[in-house]
Ligand binder design. Structure first.
Ligand SMILES: [Zn+2]
Length: 473
């Protein structure tokens, strides 16, 4: 029974999906105008860990996360770089994929782009106008926040307190066009010098930021979704506005559970990360310096709602932990391959594994209590180390233990199973091709040498009628 902390009610609630066994979740993705910084990575890792736990617990997770690919920051960055907005966003979408893969962040089930949903956004905005929730003002379209009951509830703020904040963020022109300072743009009329515009019933323009998430979440996951996630800084105004637009449009509750991750601080002084402070760390740069799985583990083992302090000490510690987990796995795996390993079940070890699984789930069921889960994993690691040194081992139960251990550690995004990466695979394929050519030329000495070279790397060759196959030892 999984309990999650719902920002909307500020309580831990029992998670009940709309459809049994399925989790429909939407997480706000990055604006693709630069390499992602560690704040973006934190959010992606927090929700990837949550997603992986639901999957571990047997759910099917439909995970939708967008790229915001039209926005003021993008227009500005493209202009500075002297390239089109599309060139800029394509580059950083690709960079996001490359930077998140080593962190074992699973690709989203759907990764929609705002610019590929313009027609749907225009239709949604037009509906809001028809419903009386939105109005046209000199090429812009604004949402009447005050018309939506309970506006601001998610941020636990009163609309009149929000109003002051809202008016502070506006330029005079926008303020003059609004009926009420608290209203927000769902469509922005184009400035004369802007190249990235679309025709709409209200003239050329582009979507406001918030509207894309409403339209795409509803399109891919339905009118009501199970979980909506994002950074805690998004609760207001972004998520507050998503709720108002979506619920005004559908007349239904938009999301049953709102989950928000905490900030990242950099350095040991606990200063909130900010570009102006000069501690703007991109994942792209960081991956050259740190072991990706250590960064992943460090971020995954800080509770998602708590602030995360990125320090060199924390990374160094996580690097050691990753090594310890992988060594425990490899050592026992090696021990189980010895000839004396018994094929008979070891009921003692089986009972231990069942207990670890239960405790791991108890920890994670409690709003993803990763600290407690890590305590279980540490005990599990010790148990594996002890078993690897035992006089009698069961290869059957031993492998069950390794499978369960790997699955729990993978929830936190660390892969303990030595795997063949793409580069290695390519190297092996090339060796095999060279050996085949040598055999064809009857150069058996070279062919045997290559076989031995691969054997030394744990690769076994099989000569079949269809050609040479290779497998891991
Ligand atoms: Zn969003």
């Amino acid at each position: 029974m999984i309990h999650v902390f719902n920002t909307m009610t500020r309580t831990k609630e029992l998670f009940k999906p709309l459809q049994a066994g399925i989790v429909n979740m939407y997480v706000c993705g990055p604006t693709v105008y630069n390499y992602i910084h560690i704040g973006n990575a934190r959010s992606a890792i927090a929700f990837d860990t949550i997603r992986r736990y639901f999957e571990y617990a047997g759910y099917q997770v439909n995970y939708v996360s967008n790229f915001t690919d039209v926005d003021d920051k993008i227009i500005k960055a493209a202009r500075t770089a002297g390239i089109s907005e599309h060139e800029l966003t394509t580059k950083f979408e690709q960079a996001f994929i490359e930077d998140t893969l080593p962190l074992n962040i699973k690709p989203a089930t759907v990764r929609p782009l705002a610019t590929e949903h313009i027609n749907e956004i225009i239709k949604f905005v037009a509906d809001l106008i028809t419903q009386g929730y939105a109005y046209v003002a000199k090429g812009d379209v604004y949402f009447r926040a005050r018309k939506f009951p309970d506006y601001g509830h998610l941020a636990h703020q009163n609309i009149d307190d929000l109003e002051i904040g809202a008016s502070e963020r506006l330029d005079d022109g926008e303020l003059a066009r609004k009926e009420d300072p608290v209203d927000f743009a769902v469509w922005k009329g184009a400035n004369p010098d802007e190249a990235i515009t679309w025709d709409s019933p209200w003239g050329p323009g582009r979507p406001g930021w918030h509207i894309e998430c409403s339209v795409m979440a509803i399109k891919y996951l339905g009118d009501t979704i199970d979980i909506h996630g994002g950074g805690q800084d998004l609760a207001f105004p972004h998520h507050t506005n998503e709720i108002a637009q979506s619920e005004a449009h559908t007349g239904k509750k938009f999301a049953n559970y709102w989950l928000h991750n905490g900030f990242v601080t950099v350095g040991d002084d606990n200063e909130k990360m900010s570009k102006s402070l000069g501690n703007f760390v991109t994942v792209h740069d960081l991956l050259n310096e740190v072991e990706p799985q250590a960064l992943r583990l460090m971020m995954a083992t800080t509770h998602y709602r708590r602030p995360l302090a990125y320090t060199k000490t924390a990374i160094a510690e996580a690097t050691q932990v990753v090594k310890r987990l992988q060594t425990a796995y490899t050592n026992l795996d090696f021990r189980l391959q010895q000839d004396d390993a018994s094929p008979v079940e070891d009921s003692n070890l089986a009972a231990q594994v069942t207990a670890f699984k239960l405790k791991f789930m108890q920890a994670m069921d409690d709003d993803f209590n990763v600290a407690n889960a890590m305590t279980v994993i540490n005990d599990f690691t010790t148990a594996l180390n002890v078993y690897a040194k035992a006089t009698n081992v069961s290869s059957l139960t031993g492998h069950d233990a390794l499978r369960e251990f790997a699955a729990e550690v993978m929830v936190l995004g660390v892969n303990v199973q030595p795997s063949l990466d793409e580069e290695n695979t390519k190297w092996i394929d090339e060796k095999v091709a060279t050996r085949d050519a040598a055999k064809k030329a009857k150069d058996y000495a070279q062919a045997d040498m290559i076989r031995a070279e691969l054997k030394a790397q744990g690769i076994i060759l099989e000569d079949t009628a269809q050609g040479t196959r290779w497998k891991k030892e």
